[in-house]
Design a protein around this ligand. Structure first.
Ligand SMILES: *Cc1c(COP(=O)(O)O)cnc(C)c1O
Length: 485
């Protein structure tokens, strides 16, 4: 171990890890106050300029233990059900740590890199997709959508004899997505040179699903340009709605337009046998994306795109030749792990240097298997249904939408209160303040609703009832007659 202030510690890890592990366990008890309870205390410790002299590992680990961890995020808290995000399961954390140490890149013929491809194959198998789907990892759903739309753009332009990756966008483009699509779709269109305005939003029905008739009309409308893709949702971000894939696939195929299914959140829902029929037609998509860092419990930074023809990705994202790569490998007689770079993932997406994400997904699936993941998905869907059930029965609660997956949108109602939006915002703020049940909110038909989304491996079933109880309790304390008494 280096003691010098000049030198980064590159010695033994175990004593540091032991020290940190204890603090991490303490953090995972979730007993500490929220980071905004006393921000001045940690700001005073952290808000400093660049140090001239290093303080060494001891002081650094101390600061992580005593200043950072007690003032860290509520996202991994079991009661956190905001947005679509959660903390990572332990298997993923250990795999991720081991890869940062031992496999910093996803090239070379190593055990870690073998798992990059194998884990993508496992995901295809897990979700019951045809084996023709081949994948590539990226940092998350945003980039996964860019990668998928890159393939769609490639195919659409190649059909006119143009290579858009080489020659650019020579025609106006159109992408069809429902008005409930994730807002990263427009950005993906912008990044790929088609422009945000290329995305034409198709209205959704009262269940939040794409109106198939409206999609048909939009595709049939005269357009002097290229129809690049239709994007359907396997679980919208707002309400978890699953689009009618079968019908959309039929339309896509009739119009010869690429079909992308954004399953960042909800693709794993296919494991729940009770709703499996809603996923019929997924296999007919040209590309599908899923975020292992959502429902599967990976640490943030792992998305996956699957396409039926990975050579399209290669043509969409290939780079010009580089001298430092030419001749770097001897693919013919492999005797060393660096004799071959392996599968050229860097040519299938927008990243060159990238962490080994496959090993993380592999670890998650290896630990609990298909049945374990399935049980979790089913349990989370049950939790949303349990809330819906209780909401239907209670006069002070109103269900905004029947849950399809693990999101349930509802609100508190009362004849004594005129501004229910204000009331539900107040209830939500109080929930966050109490820190036991932390859903987010959304707007449905102009109504502010409470929106829990259960995806965390740590979120146990009792939290569904607990949330309803707490909303009822807070709501009752905000009733006017309560204030007088
Ligand atoms: C979360 C989400 C995204 C964006 O994914 P990130 O991993 O946050 O980049 C895209 N589409 C849908 C449907 C999502 O739920």
């Amino acid at each position: 171990m280096f003691d010098s202030k000049e030198q980064a510690d590159t010695g033994k890890l175990s004593s540091w890890l032991n020290r940190l592990a204890e603090s991490l366990d303490h953090y995972l008890d979730f007993k500490h106050d929220d980071a905004q309870t006393n921000p001045e205390i940690w700001l005073e410790k952290l808000d400093h300029s660049l140090p001239e002299n290093g303080e060494g590992m001891g002081a650094l680990v101390d600061e992580i233990q005593h200043t950072l961890l007690p003032n860290a995020s509520v996202v991994p808290n079991p009661g956190f059900s905001s947005f679509i995000t959660t903390g990572a399961a332990n298997a993923a954390l250990l795999a991720s740590l081991s890869a940062s140490v031992a496999s910093p890149q996803r090239y070379g013929l190593t055990a870690y890199n073998f798992l990059e491809e194998r884990s993508l194959e496992w995901l295809v198998e897990l979700f019951g997709l045809p084996h023709s789907f081949k994948g590539v990892y990226s940092s998350g759903g945003s980039v996964a959508n860019i990668v998928a739309l890159g393939a769609a753009r490639q195919q659409a332009f190649e059909a006119r004899g143009i290579d858009p990756a080489r020659d650019g966008i020579l025609f106006p483009c159109r992408i069809f997505a429902s008005d409930a699509c994730h807002h990263t779709i427009q950005r993906a269109a912008a990044v790929l040179g088609m422009g945000r305005n290329a995305v034409q939003l198709i209205p959704t029905d009262t269940q939040g699903k794409m109106c198939v008739a409206a999609l048909k009309t939009a595709l049939e409308a005269p357009f002097d340009g290229i129809q690049v893709a239709i994007i359907a949702n396997a679980g919208t971000t707002d309400t978890g709605a699953i689009d009618p894939f079968q019908e959309i696939a039929t339309i896509a195929s009739a119009h010869k337009v690429w079909l992308h299914i954004d399953g960042a959140y909800g693709l794993p829902g296919v494991l729940d046998k009770r709703i499996q029929h809603k996923y019929l037609g997924v296999a007919e998509a040209d590309s599908i994306s899923v975020d292992p860092h959502k429902w599967l419990g990976a640490p943030v930074g792992i998305g996956a795109t699957f396409v039926k023809d990975r050579s399209l990705l290669y043509r969409a994202f290939t780079q010009e030749p580089a001298d430092y790569l030419e001749g770097a490998c001897y693919e013919d007689k492999v005797q060393h792990s660096m004799d071959s770079l392996g599968i050229p993932y860097a040519e299938f997406g927008v990243e060159l240097s990238a962490p080994c994400r496959g090993v993380v997904v592999w670890a998650l699936l290896k630990e609990v298997g298909r049945l374990g993941i399935t049980a979790r998905i089913v349990r989370h869907n049950d939790m949303a249904n349990c809330i819906a059930e209780r909401v239907r029965k209670h006069p002070n609660l109103e269900l905004a939408l029947e849950p399809e997956l693990s999101i349930c949108c509802f609100r508190y109602i009362s004849a004594n209160i005129a501004d229910l939006n204000q009331l539900n915002r107040q209830i939500h703020r109080q929930l966050l303040k109490n820190g036991n049940n932390m859903p987010s909110t959304t707007l449905i038909n102009g109504h502010v609703v409470i929106r829990p989304c259960f995806i965390g491996a740590r979120a146990d079933s009792s939290l569904a009832d607990a949330l309803v109880n707490e909303v009822l309790h807070i709501g009752s304390t905000l009733e006017p007659n309560q204030k007088d008494s």
